[in-house]
Ligand binder design. Structure first.
Ligand SMILES: [Zn+2]
Length: 83
């Protein structure tokens, strides 16, 4: 019985932590370009150069977190349903 309660407590803790993260900073770094907004090219001397604009984040380097995206969608549906 006790291990199950412990597992539920851990899951709750992780969920609450992620929810507070989404509330505190709704935007996270783009995983494709690590927040740079563009890809990196290396020239023949091995120095990094600015490459193409990142397609995933459209050059912004930031993306809306999944939890925040769900919250935005849910709050919009609620607002339009109760008008
Ligand atoms: Zn990106």
């Amino acid at each position: 019985m006790t291990p199950i309660v412990l597992a539920i407590a851990c899951l709750m803790l992780v969920t609450l932590g992620y929810a507070s993260l989404c509330a505190g900073s709704p935007f996270g770094n783009c995983r494709k370009c690590n927040g740079l907004g563009h890809h990196l090219h290396y020239d023949r001397k091995g120095r990094p150069k600015r490459g193409k604009r990142c397609r995933r984040c459209k050059g912004r380097g930031k993306r809306v977190r999944v939890g925040r995206w769900i919250y935005n969608r849910a709050s919009r549906i609620y607002r339009e349903g109760t008008r």
